[in-house]
Design a protein around this ligand. Structure first.
Ligand code: GLC
Length: 796
């Protein structure tokens, strides 16, 4: 069953059945202001932080689903019938009204046809101003004159999620609203920058600033009294709950249309005046929309592919890059699932996100890397979850203190001890830095001086050394890295026990660090860390091999987990994928590990994290044994580690396995299986329910997942094999033998490489020759910026 289709030409996903089983979301905004919206215009807006600076309200986990939102109601003045431009909130029966939603890159468009009126509402954030634009077009497709009223509606929030949900005896009286000259102002009395405005490019015929006056007692967003009776009440007050509702009466001749612009922005009435003026003419709105299109053009053109796999083309060229960028820009805590109760940066998540898109967003990746380095301790571990502003050199101080906000943490409580450190967190960052330098050629970054969370400062390079040294020191009784609070798997809590995955990660990080040290002329370090890597490899190969696959770890009381004798948690994906991906496993063992993944973990919807799932609590292993079988970390198809297996298959030259794995998880291929998948098919979800559960195949938690960056990285660098290096661009694909050819346009350091790969002998890997503008070369060099060149690669 399908609910929509990919419109690749317009870079949109078109939902033509809007009653999707769960919310299908999108993100608007490309800088600080961000909206999370679904296919029925439900959702919320925030600026900077979804925890501390929420502009509009959302009722998470609520009934009805995904309310409220940024809505426009239409009312036929002839008989009082009313509906909304997005299907919700009024929810007219879908056999009477036609609704479509087009989710595009940083905008969503809602289209509606009902009783001869066509209406559209486009939501996006201006590129140049902190303002959300609601671009509304209403057209009379009937053959009679129509008198209509349009009403906007959004519900303001008390900014801080905690304030918004508790202590109402205080917070209810700290928010106020007022109206003058077409502008609604909303403010929070206890915040200096607690102002928003809601305005339009027309003279309103009515307004309501008070939510309860607009909606009415015992009514809901489905049937607000103001819309029912056809007139707003002109409400505003200091104290209470507030909304942005402006009413406009319109008369449309047959065929005539009108365009109304609503503006929801940061700042008080003075900002509202400026914006009202700036966007008075809809041409200014068109200009911002065009800028948004160019913003994405510039990113997407950095890497475009044309392969025999349509799903891969649509995802890599549009959606997976988009999803990866959203993660880097807004971090991982703002969705309909994480609804602002957490904010800041997760250490490992951000490090991996920043590792994957330095080509399309070098500045943001660099910023994230710097924020992470500042949150590293001198001991060499990262703070698992932190607010970048804690460590910014310039701290903005509020001139007065509000009575009921969350206490401001002091340094001592911010810098957690090793007992709360995750063993993998900072290791990822070594590779993020290497990737950033390979992409940009910015070697000077390695020497930049950066502070530590617990004081002192050193170069980026020395920060990385401390990370590698930490993992070398933090080993358990078998010489494998300790599991500490958790490794990548939050629910595997081995403490003083040992984590296979982290030792593999340690090796991988060392393997990336050594060439960097060499490039920077630090040959002593290169020798030292190469020896460290060899030692790690030896210990891993000695301790972690179980006979047919690699174990997952060792508990503090020295029990091996993930062995052939285990009835539960026998085979794990992370350890076996990383054994190969890291470069530790010999070819022979690597192939056996891949076979174990295929035999025990592969399903048609992707690869399961561990099998069979745990059913008996075992606190030596961790919380994973208390998670329901088939969900999340206990035997679900956790999406993020899936691309590790694609990479592992490629490292072994098995292009068929890599593509089979890719296709299984690929949401594009599930477009017509929504009765199973339920979630949106244009983005990866955090996990897909595993075999052991009754809802096998159901996907959950879209957008905010490391599978975005990692699937992009694994598909482009391993399967298609386009890897920037310190001073050359390497092309070394691993593809299915029946791919005859594929093309990639890659912009690297200002040069456009038009790469065409041919596979005349039907191999899966191995480069026979490379031609650069027709001449044979051993490797593809960096050319002068601005150049465009042709690269022909023949496999065989
Ligand atoms: C969530 C967390 C991530 C973790 C993963 C597996 O996605 O954000 O940090 O690695 O779960 O536990």
């Amino acid at each position: 069953m399908r609910y929509g289709y990919f419109d690749n030409e317009h870079r949109e996903y078109v939902i033509d059945r809007v009653d999707t089983p769960v919310s299908w979301t999108n993100y608007i905004g490309t800088k600080d202001m961000c909206g999370v919206v679904n296919q029925t215009a439900g959702g919320y807006l925030f600026s900077g932080s979804s925890e501390y600076h929420r502009i509009t309200r959302f009722r998470p986990n609520g009934v009805p689903m995904d309310f409220p939102g940024h809505y426009v109601y239409l009312r036929d003045e002839a008989d009082g019938d009313f509906w909304s431009v997005s299907w919700q909130p009024v929810s007219k029966p879908l056999d009477q009204a036609k609704y479509v939603c087009r989710h595009g890159l940083s905008y969503s468009k809602y289209l509606c046809d009902y009783r001869g009126i066509h209406a559209e509402q486009t939501l996006f954030v201006a590129e140049d101003d902190p303002v959300e634009i609601w671009d509304v077009v209403i057209r009379n497709d009937s053959n009679r004159v129509r008198n209509l009223s349009a009403f906007s509606y959004c519900e303001f929030s008390f900014h801080q999620i905690d304030m918004d949900n508790r202590n109402f005896q205080m917070s209810l009286y700290a928010a106020g609203s007022r109206y003058a000259d077409g502008i609604i102002e909303h403010d929070l009395y206890y915040e200096e920058d607690g102002y928003q405005f809601f305005t339009s490019n027309f003279e309103p015929d009515g307004y309501d600033c008070l939510r309860d006056a607009f909606i009415g007692a015992y009514h809901t967003e489905r049937n607000p009294v103001a819309v029912e009776r056809g007139v707003c009440s002109g409400s505003a007050e200091l104290g209470g709950n507030h909304c942005g509702s402006l009413q406009k009466r319109i008369t449309l001749q047959p065929g005539e249309s009108v365009r109304l612009i609503f503006l929801l922005g940061e700042g008080g009435v003075e900002s509202g005046k400026v914006m009202r003026q700036r966007y008075a003419n809809a041409a200014a709105v068109d200009e911002q929309f065009e800028k948004l299109r160019l913003f994405w053009d510039k990113k997407l053109e950095k890497l475009q592919i044309q392969t025999p796999n349509d799903g891969m083309n649509a995802l890599i060229n549009i959606w997976t890059l988009y999803q990866s960028e959203i993660n880097v820009i807004f971090s991982r805590f703002s969705s309909f699932i994480e609804v602002g109760g957490r904010t800041g940066l997760g250490y490992r998540d951000t490090a991996q996100d920043a590792m994957c898109v330095p080509h399309s967003n070098p500045d943001k990746c660099r910023q994230r890397i710097v924020e992470l380095l500042r949150a590293e301790t001198r001991a060499g571990y990262g703070l698992h979850l932190f607010e970048p502003r804690w460590f910014e050199p310039e701290q903005k101080q509020q001139s007065f203190r509000s009575p009921t906000v969350i206490p401001t943490p002091d340094r001592a409580s911010i810098v957690h001890g090793i007992k709360d450190a995750c063993s993998d967190d900072a290791l990822w960052l070594v590779v993020s830095v290497a990737q950033y330098i390979k992409e940009t050629g910015d070697f000077a970054f390695a020497d930049e001086r950066i502070t530590y969370a617990d004081g002192g400062e050193e170069s980026v390079y020395d920060h990385l050394r401390r990370i590698l040294n930490f993992s070398a020191e933090q080993v358990g009784q078998n010489g494998i890295c300790k599991g500490l609070r958790a490794d990548w798997n939050d629910c595997l809590n081995l403490g003083g026990g040992e984590s296979t995955m982290v030792s593999f990660l340690h090796y991988w990080a060392l393997d990336h660090f050594v060439p960097l040290a060499e490039k920077l002329g630090r040959s002593e370090d290169a020798t030292y860390y190469r020896a460290m890597a060899e030692h790690v490899k030896d210990v891993c190969e000695r301790v972690l091999w179980d006979g047919s696959w690699y174990i997952r770890g060792i508990t503090a009381d020295n029990r091996k987990i993930g062995t052939h004798t285990d009835a539960e948690g026998k085979v794990h994906l992370e350890s076996n994928a990383w054994a190969v991906l890291s470069g530790v496993a010999s070819k022979e063992r690597g192939e056996q590990a891949l076979r174990a993944i295929q035999e025990y973990l592969y399903t048609p919807y992707g690869i399961i994290l561990n099998a069979p799932p745990y059913t008996k609590p075992d606190d030596g292993i961790g919380f994973v044994t208390r998670v329901y079988p088939g969900l999340k970390e206990n035997g679900a198809i956790f999406s993020h580690p899936n691309p590790w297996a694609w990479g592992a298959a490629c490292a072994l030259g098995d292009g068929k396995a890599a593509m089979t794995f890719y296709d299984a998880l690929c949401p594009y291929h599930q477009n017509d299986k929504i009765e199973v998948r339920q979630s949106e098919p244009y983005v990866y979800c955090q996990f897909v329910v595993g075999k052991a559960h009754t809802a096998f195949g159901r996907a959950r938690h879209p957008f905010m997942t490391g599978s975005a960056g990692w699937s992009y990285y694994a598909a482009t660098e391993y399967i298609l094999g386009i890897k920037p290096d310190y001073d050359c661009l390497s092309v070394d694909p691993c593809i299915p033998a029946d791919w005859k050819e594929f093309s990639v346009t890659r912009v690297w350091r200002g040069v456009t490489y038009d790469i065409h790969v041919t596979n005349p002998n039907g191999v899966t890997c191995g480069v026979k020759r490379i031609l650069l503008n027709g001449a044979p070369v051993a490797q593809i060099p960096q050319l002068s910026a601005g150049a465009r060149c042709r690269v022909e690669v023949e496999l065989g």
